[in-house]
Design a protein around this ligand. Structure first.
Ligand SMILES: *[C@@H]1O[C@H](CO)[C@@H](O)[C@H](O)[C@H]1NC(C)=O
Ligand SMILES: *[C@@H]1O[C@H](CO)[C@@H](O)[C@H](O)[C@H]1NC(C)=O
Ligand SMILES: *[C@@H]1O[C@H](CO)[C@@H](O)[C@H](O)[C@H]1NC(C)=O
Ligand SMILES: *[C@@H]1O[C@H](CO)[C@@H](O)[C@H](O)[C@H]1NC(C)=O
Ligand SMILES: *[C@@H]1O[C@H](CO)[C@@H](O)[C@H](O)[C@H]1NC(C)=O
Length: 249
């Protein structure tokens, strides 16, 4: 056994590993087949089970998909995380009538495609799918400066923490609070506003404002094992071939 032989043992697999890694294709997620599916987009986000459940039970999910498929007007959706729903006072959702649940979800929707660049210049209050933004009913204010995007309903203040999806027609943004509308949760209304949990400021930094990065969110974990095994086998194969060839020289 020579030193060179031993070195080969280490070096060739290493080189082939590096070559493999650098030439590896980025896992390009295939575009969604067929019409846009809001449920699938939120499922991919991985932390929106309550919102998905509400959208299904109120049939707003179907409305959204139909609206997207049948018109070119575009849509923006603010998606509260499961944490956001969990921080509501116990029983908040159960206290709502079916119609109020529909309004609550529609209050998170704007019938216009808003890329992040437009947040700084929107005209407040915005009109949501829930209806009238005047007379203290369903006003929604969005203010932005730099990477910070704030939303205020008069009942809660929320921040936009991430861009989940954007295709030029639909934009979906992750928000850290359930957007509670004045008309249902305002001081005067029957369903008294639950005291919002003290803002977790460290969590409110936008992690990504770039729509293009939305695919980065949750694709790595699912597909990690397949390519990793594939990679290991290729390395092993190339490595032993080199070893074999070297033995002949
Ligand atoms: C939308 O996606 C969800 C989750 O992936 C799936 O269960 C549902 O069947 C899809 N709906 C349509 C209309 O394709
Ligand atoms: C989408 O719209 C097209 C035509 O506007 C229609 O033929 C198709 O059935 C619609 N698909 C869904 C899933 O609604
Ligand atoms: C957003 O809210 C935070 C906390 O209340 C505040 O410090 C910041 O100035 C607000 N930014 C904008 C653009 O409204
Ligand atoms: C929303 O913006 C409008 C117009 O700037 C303002 O009059 C109103 O007080 C704001 N409401 C909230 C809850 O921030
Ligand atoms: C929301 O933010 C505004 C301005 O920073 C503040 O005056 C108001 O008290 C906040 N509302 C809540 C519910 O935290």
């Amino acid at each position: 056994m020579t030193k060179g032989y031993l070195a080969t043992l280490l070096i060739f697999p290493l080189i082939s590993l590096i070559l493999n890694l650098t030439s590896a294709q980025p896992a390009s997620a295939p575009g969604p087949a067929g019409p846009t599916n809001i449920t699938a987009i939120l499922e991919k986000g991985g932390q929106f089970t309550t919102l998905i459940r509400l959208m299904k039970s109120t049939q707003v999910a179907d409305q959204i998909n139909n609206q997207l498929n049948n018109s070119n007007s575009g849509m923006t959706i603010f998606a509260p995380t499961d944490n956001a729903f969990n921080s509501l006072a116990a029983g908040t959702l159960n206290s709502l009538t079916d119609q109020e649940k529909v309004s609550l979800i529609q209050f998170h929707m704007i019938a216009k495609y808003l890329p992040t660049s437009e947040f700084a210049t929107v005209s407040n209050p915005l009109t949501t799918q829930a209806g009238n933004s005047e007379n203290g009913e369903f006003p929604l204010n969005v203010t932005a400066a730099g990477q910070q995007v704030n939303i205020s309903t008069g009942v809660v203040n929320a921040t936009v923490d991430n861009s989940l999806y954007s295709d030029g027609q639909l934009a979906v943004y992750q928000v850290n609070q359930v957007l509670l509308p004045q008309s249902i949760f305002g001081a005067h209304s029957p369903a008294a506003a639950p005291a919002p949990a003290e803002a977790k400021k460290d969590k409110s930094k936008p992690t990504s404002e770039s729509p293009a990065s939305s695919d980065d969110v949750d694709t790595t974990s699912n597909s990690a094992t397949g390519p990793a095994i594939d990679q290991a086998m290729r390395v092993a194969f190339v490595g032993s071939f080199c070893l074999f060839a070297w033995g002949f020289l």
